[in-house]
Design a binder for this molecule. Structure first.
Ligand SMILES: [Fe+2]
Ligand SMILES: [Fe+2]
Length: 459
């Protein structure tokens, strides 16, 4: 206890000496003995004692209560009052200064020691609490989210500066107002906060989320996109103490997302246009198959849709369909438009087109395996196709769809060396060789389209 230094403020020198003796015999150190309020403040500042024992009634301008107030508030040193009598007014004033203890004169050594130890403990706890409070307040004030805390009746109990800025309400004017009046928002088309859960009497704030589609209507009349959540606050026994709403302005993020989406959309359209231009290039050299790729593409997509294939996969199929015969650019125009039967050599040359198409496309990083689809569009499931002689699942599903659509379109169109067979014969062909050359499920979907759903190829 020797390291606990106590300043004694007592204007009766005899009493002052008695107290000093008591303190010493209890093992405390004496930081000093002064007799006025002014000296008490000055010495506390100079010596920084651990505790001040303060007589309430002092001579001079500053009495013990005023001095104690200054010493605790500005120096954080706890003060224990000493008094010979207590009238109601003095007691009330003393209470206002957060006293750490009273000692009624005369007092005994044991009483003095207990009061001093209690005061030291209380001031230590008080400082810790204040420090924690300051720490939490700093966090709440500097955090990048708006925070509104409510009491058990959903009335505003606290707002941080960001919440004030976003809602347009000052904390002072918002205090004790219903949360729904201060924070007016819509989440997914519904009012937020929605209200309480549970039955009457046991109700409490429900955990609820402000999705990124939420809009906050600020006091200023402005609306802004926000997201966040509302959660109940519970004490250690689990009883509701109110709620805390945490939210943030997502205007910037929404803008960035919209810009990105617009950029992506532009890129997608540029890619589509480029692929279509490639498709047209080959059709210009080969007027007999003009429109073939576009029609195959449309039929392939219709089959895929009929089969419930994902829209993203269908996008890739459309692109591959539009350029599946791109490799024909490498084949002499006279072979492509030759009337009459092709020789074996000419047919061998024609059969290079999937590989050539693949070689042209393979370096392009499409979001789908477009080059592979082009490479495999003449492969048949029994392995009799070209160029790889692939079988069944070795062939991309999209390529199997392209293969069926390609046969149906080619057979029902005019070619330099033959007239059109008509759609019925084309459908009979795929039906009769379903499971042999063509995937049965694809054939069935294609037949359903033409026979049951009125699908027709464009002219
Ligand atoms: Fe082809
Ligand atoms: Fe084709």
């Amino acid at each position: 206890m020797a390291n606990i230094r106590i300043l004694v403020v007592e204007d009766e020198s005899l009493v002052g000496r008695d107290i000093q003796n008591m303190l010493r015999s209890l093992g405390y150190s004496i930081a000093g003995l002064v007799s006025t309020g002014e000296q008490a403040i000055q010495k506390s500042r100079e010596l920084g004692p651990d505790l001040v024992l303060m007589d309430i009634v002092l001579k001079g301008e500053v009495d013990g209560i005023s001095a104690a107030d200054t010493i605790w508030e500005s120096l954080g040193i706890p003060v224990v009052y000493l008094t010979a009598y207590t009238d109601e007014t003095t007691l009330q004033r003393a209470k206002m200064t957060e006293p750490f203890g009273y000692l009624l004169k005369p007092f005994e050594e044991r009483e003095l020691q207990t009061t001093i130890e209690m005061a030291l403990y209380k001031s230590k706890m008080d400082k810790k609490l204040k420090e924690r409070d300051r720490w939490l307040t700093t966090i709440l004030y500097s955090i990048g989210d708006g925070i509104i805390a409510t009491d058990t009746a959903d009335r505003v109990a606290f707002m941080n500066p960001l919440a004030e800025r976003l809602t347009g309400w000052d904390e002072g004017e918002a205090l004790h107002k219903p949360l729904a009046e201060v924070f007016k928002a819509e989440a997914d088309g519904k009012k937020f906060p929605a209200g309480r859960s549970g039955t009457a009497g046991s109700s409490e704030i429900a955990d609820s989320v402000l999705s990124s589609q939420s809009i906050l209507h600020a006091k200023s009349g402005l609306s802004l996109p926000v997201e966040g959540s509302l959660s109940p606050i519970r004490d250690e026994k689990g009883s509701s103490m109110g709620g805390v709403l945490v939210f943030r302005d997502i205007t910037m993020r929404k803008q960035t997302e919209a810009d990105l989406e617009a950029g992506l959309d532009k890129l997608r359209r540029a890619l589509d246009a480029t692929v279509q231009a490639m498709g047209l290039t080959i059709e210009m050299r080969d007027p007999y198959t003009a429109g073939h790729q576009r029609r195959v593409s449309k039929l392939s997509c219709a089959i895929a849709q009929e089969m419930g294939i994902s829209p993203n996969q269908i996008d890739g199929l459309r692109m591959a369909g539009d350029i599946h015969d791109l490799g024909k650019i490498y084949i002499p125009a006279e072979i492509l438009s030759k009337p009459g039967q092709l020789t074996d050599i000419e047919f061998t040359i024609i059969k290079t087109h999937p590989q050539v198409g693949f070689d042209i496309l393979k370096a392009i990083d499409f979001p789908w395996p477009v080059a592979q689809m082009v490479l495999q569009h003449h492969e048949w499931i029994n392995g009799s196709g070209y160029p790889g002689g692939l079988k069944g699942d070795e062939i991309l599903y999209e390529a199997r769809i392209l293969g069926v659509a390609d046969v149906v379109e080619a057979m029902s169109s005019h070619r330099p060396y033959r007239p059109s067979y008509g759609i019925d014969r084309a459908l009979e062909e795929i039906q009769s060789r379903s499971g042999q050359l063509y995937e049965p499920a694809i054939v069935e979907a294609c037949l359903r389209l033409f026979r049951d759903k009125g699908f027709a190829l464009d002219k």
